[in-house]
Write a protein that binds this ligand. Structure first.
Ligand code: SF4
Ligand code: SF4
Length: 97
């Protein structure tokens, strides 16, 4: 993650990681999750679900920071994110804790 300046508490900060789950059959292809993901994790796929909609797919899953915005914005409850417990990623300019 890049900042316009290094935060004073950078050595204490941890960037969270998320594991994304898409319930393809619930998706109506509205693209809200793709449009509003702040980390460009998602794109619409070329696949169809059984209703004939294109669901999203995670093209940059490693970028997910578990912010849950996609889960909050999805009108069909078709996408959610779980916390990944792993070693913290150091913030640029900070130290690993
Ligand atoms: S949890 Fe946040 S970062 Fe991860 S895919 Fe959803 S909107 Fe993007
Ligand atoms: S916001 Fe929900 S319904 Fe819309 S494209 Fe994303 S997963 Fe599908």
């Amino acid at each position: 993650m890049r900042f316009w300046r290094t935060p004073l508490d950078a050595d204490k900060m941890k960037i969270p990681r998320g594991e994304l789950h898409i319930i393809v059959e619930r998706c109506k292809g509205c693209e809200f999750c793709v449009e509003y993901c702040p980390r460009d994790v998602l794109e619409m796929s070329d696949e169809f679900n059984s209703k004939g909609y294109h669901p999203p797919k995670a093209v940059r899953p490693e970028n997910c920071v578990n912010c849950d915005l996609c889960e909050m914005i999805c009108p069909e409850f078709a996408i959610y994110c779980l916390t990944v417990e792993e070693e913290p990623v150091p913030v640029e300019g900070g130290k690993t804790s």
